[in-house]
Design a protein around this ligand. Structure first.
Ligand code: SF4
Ligand code: ZN
Length: 420
């Protein structure tokens, strides 16, 4: 990661020291919440003639026209132009917004795409910080970090609710869908190389993600296309090409080339990893997994839980408890961190039988992944509506009750080979 000194014209400080800052409800002036109202963050490639460099526009009310403590809409479109710019770079730039906005003193950001959440503290507001300054930060940071591809940059920030709804539904979501569709047509077999990602080594020094078309990074934010774009943008950066010419074991997805790469990028801490097994040489986890999957011995299956779910799982552990034994960059057979999108993949735990093993997920996660999971189960096993066979917290969090439910549903895991 290259960090240049920037002089950004905002009334508060801007430094990575503020990245972990949390703003409590009582300390906040206003917030924006994509999970409640229409929001979006988007990079759009346009022709150089269509934009004016460093122009920042706010369409709708400014922070001082919003009620204290209120929840508001926000959608920012960062338009970029450059002769080396490619649309594949858009999500890579977008992903950095989280870091940029978090570096502002008194401003907090989580999430991405149309699910971001931002809080502006009273202190920052009283110091003069306004929504237009988010534009200044995005402008300066994008120009600073992506100068190889971005020649001109203009930021439009919508806070008008109707405009945010329009941007989210008519511009942002179709763009995100198009990106996801591009990935859908790619399989691990159809590409010549995979990518490593070591972005998380700052926190988890031996952790290496191996990113393939059918297995995105465990943070859920780095797809194979993103890793490829990151590598093109910065050939010496966090994502390196891994060849896949020397398979060792196709069943668990083990390759000599991948092992060599993992050995090198983990500085020898890791010897070998598989791409498709949770039991044999599973991939390591840093700490930012969207989900954790762990074996559930009573049902012979696996339980998945996600970061947003605060409740108990049939494993007798909550997400934070599972996270403390799964993270840290060490291999923990029987447990793995992964992205949400991986749940619908044909490569999910392929070595152990695939998604047929999933016996429990939090209800909300089930709803999020239902369509893809059902489609994959139909294609792989001819099962209709597989998601209805999977338990959730409204059905059971006790393993015995779960098994009773699974038996009633005739869940396939009950009759599969033991996992251990
Ligand atoms: Fe990269 Fe993996 Fe960290 Fe995501 S979790 S940023 S893919 S190392
Ligand atoms: Zn991480």
């Amino acid at each position: 990661i290259k960090i240049k000194i920037t002089n950004i014209d905002i009334p508060v400080a801007f430094a990575s020291a503020f990245e972990g800052e949390i703003i409590r409800r009582g300390d906040m002036q206003v917030e924006f919440d994509g999970s409640r109202v229409d929001c979006a963050e988007l990079v759009q490639t346009v022709d150089a003639s269509e934009i004016e460099d460093h122009k920042i526009t706010v369409v709708g009310p400014e922070a001082d026209e919003m009620e204290l403590g209120s929840k508001n809409n926000i959608a920012y479109v960062v338009k970029v132009a450059g002769k080396n710019m490619q649309s594949d770079f858009e999500p890579v730039i977008e992903r950095k917004f989280h870091n940029y906005i978090n570096c502002i003193e008194g401003v907090y950001h989580t999430g991405q795409r149309d699910m971001q959440r931002i809080r502006i503290s009273k202190d920052a507001f009283n110091a003069g910080f306004r929504i237009k300054h988010i534009g200044e930060v995005l402008y300066a940071s994008v120009k600073n970090e992506f100068d190889a591809v971005v020649d001109k940059c203009e930021v439009v920030i919508y806070t008008d609710p109707a405009e945010c709804t329009r941007i989210r539904h008519e511009v942002a979501i179709p763009t995100f869908d198009k990106r996801d569709d591009r990935l859908k047509s790619l399989t691990d077999e159809s590409v010549d190389v995979y990518y490593s990602c070591i972005l998380c080594q700052a926190f988890s020094p031996s952790h290496v993600c191996v990113v393939t078309p059918e297995r995105l990074g465990l943070c859920g934010a780095v797809s194979w296309l993103d890793a490829k774009a990151t590598n093109e943008l910065d050939p010496n950066g966090p994502c390196q090409v891994i060849t896949k010419e020397r398979p060792i074991d196709e069943r668990i997805g083990e390759y000599e080339d991948v092992n060599e790469a993992v050995q090198k990028f983990s500085q020898g801490a890791l010897q070998d990893v598989s791409l498709y097994s949770i039991m044999e040489k599973p991939m390591t986890s840093c700490g930012c997994f969207e989900c954790i999957c762990g074996i559930e011995p009573f049902s012979n299956g696996v339980v998945i839980t996600n970061r947003e779910y605060a409740g108990m799982t049939p494993l007798g552990m909550t997400f934070p408890e599972l996270a403390s034994m799964t993270g840290g960059g060490v291999q923990t057979p029987g447990f793995m961190g992964h992205g949400k999108h991986f749940i619908g993949s044909k490569k999910f735990m392929k070595a152990e039988g695939g998604i047929e093993r999933i016996v429990w997920m939090p209800k909300e996660l089930k709803e999020t992944v239902a369509e893809r999971v059902n489609q994959t189960a139909k294609e792989l096993y001819g099962i209709d509506n597989f998601i209805d066979m999977v338990g959730d917290e409204t059905i059971a969090t006790d393993p015995e009750e779960l098994v009773a439910f699974l038996t009633e549903k005739n869940h396939p895991a009950l009759s599969m080979d033991p996992m251990m």
